[in-house]
Design a protein around this ligand. Sequence first.
Ligand code: F6P
Length: 327
Amino acid sequence: MGKQIKTVGILTSGGDAPGMNACIRAITRTAIFNGMKVMGIYRGYEGLINGEIKEFTSESVSNTIQRGGTILKTARSMEFMTPEGMQKAYDNLVKFGIDALIVIGGNGSLTGAQNLAREYDYPVIGLPGTIDNDLYGTDSTIGYDTALNTIVDCVDKIRDTATSHDRIFFVEVMGRDAGFLAQNSAIAAGAEAAIIPEDQTDVDQLEQFISRGFRKSKNSSIVIVSESKKDGGAMYYAERVRKEYPQYDVRVTILGHLQRGGTPTACDRILASRLGHASIEALKEGQRNVMVGIHNDQIVYVPIDRAIKKDKPIDKELIDVLGVLSI
Ligand code: F6P
């Protein structure tokens, strides 16, 4: 059994995600409920290096559960990746009397947490906070559901124009190297196809979509393209259709950062609250260097080095479902 945790530090890192505030709130209040002190660390690892740290009370997180973004602000810190940067960060953890660090973020952020834990034998807990849903071992990540709903709202609007003008729209969505947002938004928005990196058949996905009968029974079409496609995303596919099938009227929409902001959905608020609460329970139980996730509606602990391997699989059934429902 390690040292008793009396003071926890919280930081958010990497891309902001809706629900991060609900999570900060849950960690803060659960820690205080359990007699712990809470230190809010601003601007991710960058703020940890620079000592941008202040004590959080229960009031610090009032009126935040409904807000998108992160009240702690966030950054992608290059300095933290250097040995000198990490040393400064560790020195500040010691200086501010922080016994354990809770990191809310995606793959890069949890990799940073893992490196810190290894280098200094320091207790960290990771919480999956990213719209990409690409962390292994958790069914969902904080922010994913909100981003999915935002995409679906946008595609519903785009569909009005696609239908009115008889056009093909290629809609590019975020997700970094993962196709979860693309695949599931395609199903939820009734799109004709999703082009995702996980669908690794040799068959060209565009050819597949065209040959499956575009315009045989429909006058318009929506194809969701994951930004992770190395070949250039929605623009690439639109250009190809323009060249290879000039009879079609094609447009591109890149949704960009509007996918990442906004009020978190109820699902994200509940997930964030449960995971935040569970992170303190995990520390009390003596858990160290794990990501707290959710699987089959149960809280799970996943070793951080397992969570960040970038190998979370897409359920192939989802690909089949979209294929059948888009005939
Ligand atoms: O990881 C979240 C994410 O929104 C990815 O989907 C996207 O590729 C990336 O961040 C964009 O990062 P930035 O906001 O730094 O441009």
